[in-house]
Write a protein that binds this ligand. Structure first.
Ligand code: ADP
Ligand code: ZN
Length: 741
């Protein structure tokens, strides 16, 4: 991608840096952020094209704090607004939203706060913004800027088109003087032109960032038993099924395979949930909320899942089926690692997938031109899958960006495959296709190449062909690999009943005018491939710091539950990682950590330092004391101390202390013993082994946390909804008995 047409870097405004450090606890702007903040703070308009996780939010949030009045953010995703507002409130920023989920009373309160100049940021759904009442209100209120998030929704070309976005031209018409900032992660030319037109941004600077996501490791493997491959991958590299396992998304093409895969993962003791458009809205919301609020949940989904999933610590995205295009692949894998920590984009595909998608495409009723465009997109994706050199280079090249050298963080860079000349074998395979009449599938073609006298071969008289048996030097797997690559690369076409036929591209290959290179890895037996596969560290954190990181995550989960927000709203993983490594023993040191701003230091500093201290002293982390904390909150509310403080220098909230009556915890070993007893009974009753009721790791966690209500059990690794429903009451009862309640 080309550099932004913008003057050379200027030194960041000290006022902006001060806000960045005081409110967010960040030491520096990333890339073009500083220039965007400067432009908008100075009253200019701008267009921002930045990949997911690039840091678009700060581009309008910082200027909103620096400029007079409220920053108004237009966002299409109502489900996300509460999350964004919660995140800002945690930072001490005065934020609110206006959308259809508010009561009339709620709307009035927000409107009054806006008119009184008491809001730093206001998130508005586009349909709400367009109401005459809202537009009139905004004319009377001090507005610092308009940020149009997901601005590509103005474009009819994209799949995210929103008619209300198309009407946002009221903004330049009615508020010409107020800065407009359009932000998106979709960068194609037609969409860009639409954004400029609808929002009247002609002549405004355009800030275009690189679309590379260096923390994502791209991997593609040959499909050979996809479920087992997936299980191996998530167990070995993402701690699936263990406490502290990673959150991830598994994409499948059909609803049926989504459900099957989710069920199968569950049967393997992995906390997984299905998501697709065929579920009821309630079920979908529930799955989405669990994904946001729990730590290690895996969502198995169709592409219906993901738009607006802002969870920053999705550690992997797995594809069990081919995406439709490179755009789709980039967008779906882009949901991994928004927080910048190491993450994996993992995919398996095989000949059957290639044949299927090609056939679906050729049989669709779409107009010829659309089909041609889609076929081209699919070809690009298949070329990516079959790449023999750095995948990231191929990916970025598709989006018009050139990476100067191999990335060092994809499967092909980490384990360079041997490439070898298979022109002769490719010719054999093509000739088998042509001589059998361009209509047989891979299985039969393989039989012909291997010289197998099957019933079908004999019936068709194919044992008399000159190609019969010419491929005996290789095995079945090899030939299926060759046929897949020939199909992926467009030498063969897949027609009805999976029949393969030679295309125009085949002729020069048959004549020996082009060389056919294959990657050896995809043709190697499975065991050998496996040993050569990339094995990055499972966790973004080193083994020595892992236990403290885990203790901090547990503390965070407790806090999040207490306040009814997702854990990452309290602190994100990147911040917890630095804390675990730095082990701060004082508030001063903790305050230097990126992501610890003034407000969070005041609210959580003492507790975090205590978690670090306890860990260093070998004290096991204690369970979140929900009931006690809730009581504390009630008392604090009565005292009027729970209200959000103003951004700067406000009084910090007093910490809930033991004075206010936390229930005492019991020794871990006593609780563990009681739980083992319950597990034995439950196992006997349901006729399964004890570890199937819940594994030892879960038992240890339960003993530490000592949950006293079903609520406190939710989301505990190793206890999915089914187990909680089946055993939850008995577990809670056992804990309460030990605690004498
Ligand atoms: P986007 O909206 O572009 O997908 P976000 O605004 O959500 O990205 O930012 C992604 C993550 O990067 C967030 O966790 C955010 O806090 C973090 N981040 C953004 N800018 C900075 C910065 N200058 N320093 C440190 N972290 C940052
Ligand atoms: Zn690479």
């Amino acid at each position: 991608m080309t550099a932004a047409p913008f003057p050379a870097q200027t030194a960041p405004d000290p006022r902006a840096l001060e806000v960045l450090s005081r409110v967010w606890g960040y030491g520096a702007f990333r890339g073009v952020q500083a220039q965007i903040v400067q432009t908008v703070t100075d009253g200019g308009h701008a267009l921002v094209l930045m990949p997911t996780g690039g840091g678009k939010s700060l581009c309008y949030q910082v200027p909103s704090l620096l400029r007079e009045g409220t920053g108004v953010v237009v966002s299409p995703l109502i489900a996300l607004m509460k999350d964004q507002v919660d995140t800002l409130r945690q930072l001490g920023v005065r934020a609110a939203f206006l959308n259809s989920t508010l009561s009339l009373e709620g709307v009035r309160e927000v409107e009054q706060a806006l008119l009184a100049g008491e809001l730093d940021l206001l998130y508005v759904a586009p349909e709400r913004l367009l109401l005459p009442r809202t537009l009139d209100l905004l004319e009377r209120a001090p507005v610092a800027l308009f940020a149009i998030d997901e601005a590509h929704c103005v474009s009819q070309w994209g799949h995210d088109f929103r008619p209300e976005y198309g009407q946002l031209h009221v903004l330049p018409q009615r508020f010409p003087q107020i800065p407009r900032l359009a932000l998106t992660a979709t960068a194609d030319e037609r969409t860009r032109a639409d954004m400029l037109r609808v929002l009247d941004l002609h002549g405004a600077p355009q800030f275009v960032s690189s679309f590379d996501r260096p923390n994502i490791q791209y991997r593609v493997a040959n499909k050979e038993g996809p479920k087992t491959q997936l299980l191996d991958f998530i167990r070995a590299e993402h701690g699936a099924g263990q406490p502290g396992g990673d959150a991830g998304i598994v994409y499948c093409l059909s609803r049926k395979s989504v459900e099957e895969t989710a069920r199968w993962l569950q049967s393997q003791g992995i906390d997984a949930v299905a998501y697709h458009a065929g579920l009821s809205p309630r079920e979908r919301t529930l799955a989405q909320e669990r994904f946001l609020n729990e730590e290690g949940l895996i969502v198995v989904a169709t592409v219906a899942f993901g738009m607006g999933i802002d969870k920053p610590n999705v550690r992997f995205v797995a594809h069990l089926d081919l995406p439709k295009s490179m755009e789709g692949y980039y967008q779906e894998t882009g949901r991994a690692g928004r927080d910048g920590l190491p993450s994996t984009a993992w995919m398996v595909y095989g000949l059957a997938d290639v044949v299927n998608v090609r056939r679906m495409l050729s049989q669709s009723d779409a107009p010829e031109e659309v089909k041609r465009v889609e076929a081209g997109k699919l070809d690009a994706l298949l070329t990516y899958c079959e790449a023999a050199t750095c995948r990231r280079q191929v990916l970025l090249a598709y989006f018009g960006e050139e990476l100067p050298g191999p990335c060092g963080n994809c499967d092909l860079c980490l384990n360079p495959p041997r490439v070898h000349d298979a022109t002769r074998e490719a010719q054999m395979a093509l000739s088998a296709v042509i001589r059998t009449g361009n209509r047989f599938g891979a299985a039969h073609l393989t039989d012909v190449l291997l010289g197998r006298e099957t019933e079908k071969v004999l019936a068709m008289n194919h044992h008399t062909l000159p190609t019969f048996g010419v491929g005996r030097d290789h095995d079945e797997r090899f030939w299926r690999g060759i046929l897949r690559q020939l199909t992926s690369l467009g030498y063969l076409n897949a027609g009805e009943h999976h029949g393969l036929s030679a295309t125009g591209r085949a002729r020069p290959l048959l004549k020996g005018e082009v060389v056919f290179q294959v990657r050896e890895d995809s043709l190697l037996p499975r065991e050998r491939v496996r040993r050569r596969e990339a094995r990055p560290p499972r966790s973004p954190i080193g083994p020595t710091d892992q236990p403290l990181f885990e203790a901090l995550r547990q503390w965070r989960l407790g806090k999040a539950r207490e306040q009814g927000v997702p854990p990452y709203v309290i602190f994100n993983d990147a911040t917890l990682k630095v804390i675990a490594e730095l082990r701060p023993s004082s508030l001063t040191t903790l305050g230097t950590v990126s992501g610890v701003g003034q407000r969070k230091l005041a609210d959580y500093g003492d507790e975090v330092v205590q978690v670090v201290r306890d860990h260093l002293n070998g004290v096991p982390p204690t369970a979140p004391q929900e009931r006690g904390a809730a009581a504390n909150r009630a008392v604090l509310d009565l005292l009027g101390a729970g209200k959000a403080a103003p951004v700067a220098g406000g009084p910090s909230r007093p910490h809930p202390g033991p004075l206010l009556g936390d229930a005492p915890a019991a020794p871990t070993e006593t609780v563990a013993e009681a739980l083992r007893e319950v597990r034995r009974t439950l196992a006997a009753e349901s006729g399964v082994s004890a570890f199937l009721v819940f594994p030892n790791a879960t038992l240890d966690l339960l003993a530490q946390r000592q949950p006293r209500s079903l609520d406190e059990l939710t989301g505990l690794p190793g206890l999915g909804p089914k187990r909680t429903a089946a055993y939850g009451e008995r577990i809670v009862q056992a804990v309460r008995e030990v605690l004498g309640q």
